[in-house]
Design a protein around this ligand. Structure first.
Ligand code: ADP
Ligand code: MG
Length: 423
């Protein structure tokens, strides 16, 4: 069968790489992909946000299964459109993708169905939001824009002044456009944060694994937030007891709640969790694979991913199993100097062959070829260098030895991925 992966980052490279290993698959296409994916897939032109270009590609190439990487096409209804045309696609409908694309919808659903999450209030005007924050005791609080905001619509405010500033930015300055028409103001939770990736078929869930990522740009979780500077799996805090609680109190109830709401959820159910003193609580749900969590969760699978994706798309995960390696995986992101602020592009990248020889798999995120065919940087996050090891420490050592072989001007990476001893 022919599979098409939509997107162009490290997550999509990991998906295409894993899907290519399936004996069921004769050819993988990526739209638009990146140069790193050329080793495992054929690139197709198109824009993930232009649903018509995706339909055209799928019909033109007689694609048997389409897998969507990023959230925007899901929220735009790509799954509805494909399904309406009889095309098989893995992912939630627009109505189901609201679990990610509207934090208000997700919070209200969780409250209605008793899923553990931070206490919250929803506000439709800045006046009401300000009045609520002003009347609270001083202390940390979290302000979230309702809609998709490219990971920038959440402010963890240490005090009232910062919370008021966030309300201003979201609702008055409208930095995130219509995503900021409503805000969620929620209780600040403390504990260890982790992500759980699962597949859902509308009724059932199958957990693929848990990972932790490192969002801030500098070592020791300092500096501004990024799309993610690295990730590792397994997560020591994700014990069998925690895993059971997450599945029974969060993932299954979420899928049941979505079905009851008339929005059966098929696709990747990604739970951002805080392990609080009162047990795991939901920070948010995402309706797609996480980046860079996918780059450590998929490599650890010792089973074929494609039958699972097909089963999720067709509503029949029941009875299927996931086989996960006992080995750990660590992925270190190599970023452009200046990221997440402005950065230079077009810088030549060297050393990828040596990095592979050092035992790593390099997932491309922001790379391109220049006119001469030389591989160059083209984004903030450039590469994700993933390696296995007997444990996280061994995987980390191998990943960093491969990182040391790769160079481009001004490369920046964190030295402490998979090492939370400073925490
Ligand atoms: N209630 C909360 N308490 C403490 N930290 C939070 C809370 N909600 C979110 N955060 C922090 O903010 C980050 C982003 O929030 P999240 O809800 O995941 O939004 P998004 O990923 O859409 O930006 C989380 O990864 C977490 O570190
Ligand atoms: Mg998040």
């Amino acid at each position: 069968m022919k599979v098409m992966v939509v997107g162009s980052g490290g997550r999509e490279h990991a998906l295409a790489w894993k899907i290519r290993q399936s004996p069921l698959v004769s050819e993988v296409f990526v739209l638009p992909g990146n140069p790193g994916m050329e080793a495992v897939a054929t690139r197709l032109p198109g824009d993930p946000k232009d649903i018509a270009s995706l339909v055209h590609a799928a019909e033109d190439r007689a694609i048997d299964l389409t897998v969507i990487g990023p959230e925007d096409p899901l929220a735009l209804g790509v799954v509805d459109t494909f399904t309406g045309r009889g095309l098989t696609i893995f992912g939630p409908t627009a109505a189901a993708a609201a679990l990610e694309s509207s934090k208000v919808f997700a919070k209200d659903l969780m409250r209605e169905h008793g899923l553990p999450t931070a206490d919250y209030r929803v506000f439709e005007t800045p006046e009401e939001a300000r009045a609520f924050v002003a009347a609270r005791p001083e202390g940390p609080v979290v302000v979230k824009a309702d809609g998709l905001s490219a990971g920038k619509g959440v402010a963890v405010a240490p005090g009232k002044a910062e919370a008021l500033a966030a309300i201003e930015e979201i609702m008055v300055l409208k930095t995130f456009g219509t995503s900021g028409r409503r805000v969620v103001v929620e209780e600040f939770l403390t504990g260890e944060e982790l992500s759980v990736l699962a597949l859902a078929d509308g009724q059932d869930v199958l957990v693929l694994g848990a990972a932790q990522d490192h969002k801030q740009v500098y070592d020791g979780d300092r500096g501004p937030n990024t799309g993610g500077m690295g990730a590792f799996s397994p997560v020591p805090a994700y014990t069998p007891e925690v895993a059971r609680a997450v599945e029974e109190r969060i993932l299954r109830p979420a899928v049941r709640a979505m079905a009851a709401a008339g929005r059966p959820f098929r696709g990747t159910l990604f739970a951002g969790l805080m392990l609080t003193a009162d047990g795991p609580k939901v920070l948010e749900f995402n309706a797609r694979f996480g980046d860079p969590e996918t780059q450590v969760v998929l490599p650890r699978l010792r089973c074929d991913l494609v039958p699972l994706l097909l089963a999720a798309a067709h509503g029949s995960l029941t009875g299927l199993r996931v086989v996960v390696s006992s080995e750990a995986a660590v992925c270190v992101i190599m970023a452009s100097s200046g990221y997440p602020g402005p950065y230079e592009k077009g810088l030549p990248i060297e050393g990828l062959v040596e990095a592979a020889a050092a035992g790593a798999t390099v997932f491309h995120a922001g790379t391109a070829r220049d006119a001469a065919g030389q591989l160059v940087t083209s984004g903030g996050r450039v590469l994700g260098v993933m390696a296995f090891g007997a444990d996280v420490a061994a995987a980390r050592a191998r990943a960093y030895s491969a990182v040391g072989k790769i160079s481009f001007k001004g490369t920046h990476y964190r030295r402490d991925i998979g090492n939370r001893r400073w925490a």
